[in-house]
Design a protein around this ligand. Structure first.
Ligand SMILES: CC(=O)CC(=O)SCCNC(=O)CCNC(=O)[C@H](O)C(C)(C)COP(=O)(O)OP(=O)(O)OC[C@H]1O[C@@H](n2cnc3c(N)ncnc32)[C@H](O)[C@@H]1OP(=O)(O)O
Ligand SMILES: NC(=O)C1=CN([C@@H]2O[C@H](COP(=O)(O)OP(=O)(O)OC[C@H]3O[C@@H](n4cnc5c(N)ncnc54)[C@H](OP(=O)(O)O)[C@@H]3O)[C@@H](O)[C@H]2O)C=CC1
Length: 293
């Protein structure tokens, strides 16, 4: 399948934004990777390079693939750089206020025909769309972490998303070689509605003293064949993102079973957000990760 998309804008050069830039460039699209500051965009680009090198080491890509894809990526700290984009995917912090402010800042620079999507883990697509000048051309295109190796992309239509936009997004996901599922626009969609309450339950298991960090993660890796233990995965996702998702579920579904574990709140309050800050349930600053409890 081909698309009418030539240039993809990515807003937010963090874990997910850099992964989406990697996938779009590898898929043959020109990419504008935008963030607020040059040190963020440079860090994001370095993550893209690291992912290419991992895939080369694994024998999945050649050096020529990497060079050609990197040549298609441009970094930017001015919203005007997003003007040529036919599709813009916002992958900024999981905070509704941040996302709404981004849409207000970038929409005036975008082509009227450009599709605007959010990589949000959980927030209402319908509500986010209402904060843009193009609700009919807005939807959720939800990649999984780490984008280079995870096959799934969840598509989520808001109440206003039109068929043409949805069909173009499906074609785009297909050109990346990803597998698409469709979720209705309910809090945390499908993957995170199931996965993040499990992670929250693992934090409660630690908080109540049922097990240690290592016993909880080892139990789920060897007992349920998970590739990462739930606490290791929480650190990988980002504890701030995990907490935001639980708060969206708790508020959106008004069910106390989604109340975030107080220990998760405490780690986020301490700024211990996991890998991205060097410390979460594990301390990553030494040779090997060490449990912080
Ligand atoms: C929160 C949301 O909104 C939705 C979500 O994404 S939920 C999270 C979904 N993701 C998961 O569940 C991931 C579960 N983990 C896994 O599948 C595997 O551990 C993994 C694929 C990430 C790595 O598999 P593995 O066999 O350990 O591969 P390996 O190469 O040894 O990975 C080791 C490292 O590379 C990372 N990784 C592997 N390939 C990568 C790539 N191409 N690019 C970036 N990171 C990569 C791993 O995370 C790990 O990170 P560090 O190097 O920083 O330690
Ligand atoms: N982490 C995960 O496993 C997954 C996350 N997601 C979703 O993807 C999105 C991004 O998550 P993730 O990459 O983990 O988050 P990160 O914290 O790694 O990256 C967020 C990036 O957005 C930047 N940012 C913040 N405000 C703005 C702004 N106003 N304009 C431009 N950039 C901004 C941040 O900069 P700064 O740090 O300076 O604030 C940071 O570089 C979230 O919506 C999250 O829910 C989806 C799937 C998986």
């Amino acid at each position: 399948m081909t698309t009418g998309i030539a240039t993809v804008g990515v807003v937010g050069a963090g874990q997910m934004g850099s992964g989406i830039a990697y996938a779009a460039a590898l898929g043959g699209y020109d990419v504008v990777l935008y963030d607020l500051s040059a040190d963020r965009t440079e860090k994001g680009l370095a993550t893209v390079v690291k992912s290419f090198d991992r895939q080369i080491a694994a024998g999945n890509l050649s050096g020529a693939d990497k060079d050609a894809a990197l040549a298609r990526i441009r970094v930017a700290t001015e919203v005007e750089a997003l003007a040529p984009a036919d599709l813009v995917i916002e992958a900024a912090t999981e905070d509704e206020g941040v996302k709404r402010r981004i849409y207000g800042a970038i929409c005036p620079s975008l082509k009227p025909s450009a599709i605007l999507a959010s990589n949000t883990s959980s927030i209402s697509i319908t509500r986010l769309a209402a904060a843009t000048d193009r609700p009919e051309r807005f939807l959720g295109i939800h990649f999984m972490n780490p984008v280079p190796v995870m096959k799934l992309v969840e598509l989520v239509r808001g109440i206003a998303t039109d068929d043409e936009t949805f069909e173009e997004a499906k074609r785009f996901v297909d050109t990346l070689g990803k597998v698409m599922t469709v979720s209705e626009d309910f809090p945390a969609f499908i993957v995170n509605r199931i996965l993040v309450p499990m992670i929250n339950e693992a934090v409660y298991t630690l908080y109540e003293g049922v097990g240690s960090v290592e016993s909880i993660d080892t139990s789920m890796k060897l007992g349920a064949n998970h590739p990462m233990g739930p606490l290791q995965l929480a650190d990988f996702i980002g504890l701030d993102t995990c907490l935001s998702i639980m708060q969206v579920l708790h508020d959106g579904l008004s069910d106390s079973k989604y109340r975030p574990c107080p220990l998760l709140v405490k780690y986020v309050e301490a700024g211990w957000l996991g890998r991205k800050t060097g410390r979460g349930f594990y301390d990553y600053r030494g040779e090997t990760p060490v449990p912080t409890r």
